[in-house]
Design a protein around this ligand. Structure first.
Ligand SMILES: [Zn+2]
Length: 80
């Protein structure tokens, strides 16, 4: 059962920010890309694509993950 997390108007698929930033004013975050994890699963007629981009702030070392997932027959643009 796919869950609509909103934000569907972006280039395909929902974007969900997992790590909440509690005090955004305390640091002018300078996000650096750490790694990208991609994997697939099966969901009914479609393939379910997952992608997690991990970042860390160069200044306060806070971590942040952006997760995307989408059910599709074709490989989404953001998964390539
Ligand atoms: Zn920071």
């Amino acid at each position: 059962m796919p869950v609509d997390v909103g934000g569907g108007e972006e280039d395909g698929g929902g974007v969900m920010e997992i790590t909440s930033v509690i005090h955004p004013a305390e640091c002018d975050h300078d996000w650096a890309h750490l790694e990208t994890r991609k994997w697939t699963g099966t969901g009914g007629y479609n393939i379910r694509f997952f992608r997690v981009d991990e970042f860390f702030c160069r200044r306060c070392l806070r971590r942040r993950e952006i997760k995307r997932e989408e059910d599709s027959r074709d490989t989404p643009e953001w998964f390539r």
